[in-house]
Design a protein around this ligand. Structure first.
Ligand SMILES: [Ca+2]
Length: 68
């Protein structure tokens, strides 16, 4: 499980320098979904974003991200 501490570190870190690959770190604004701009810090994730967004919402839910 992702700790709250990991989330806080993600917020404190520069998004440009932080190569995040777990949901809570990528969800910078804590909305519960990963938007394209949040996914942009991870180029591999960005490349698969459309495929992962199975419901076509334009954002990745935690369930959708679990397939990454
Ligand atoms: Ca978000």
């Amino acid at each position: 499980m992702k700790s709250e501490l990991v989330h806080l570190i993600a917020i404190a870190s520069s998004s440009a320098a932080f190569a995040a690959s777990d949901f809570d770190s990528l969800d910078i604004d804590g909305s519960g979904t990963i938007s394209p701009s949040e996914a942009a810090v991870d180029t591999d994730l960005m490349a698969e974003f459309i495929e992962l967004d199975t419901d076509g919402s334009g954002e990745l839910s935690k369930e959708e991200f679990s397939n990454y």
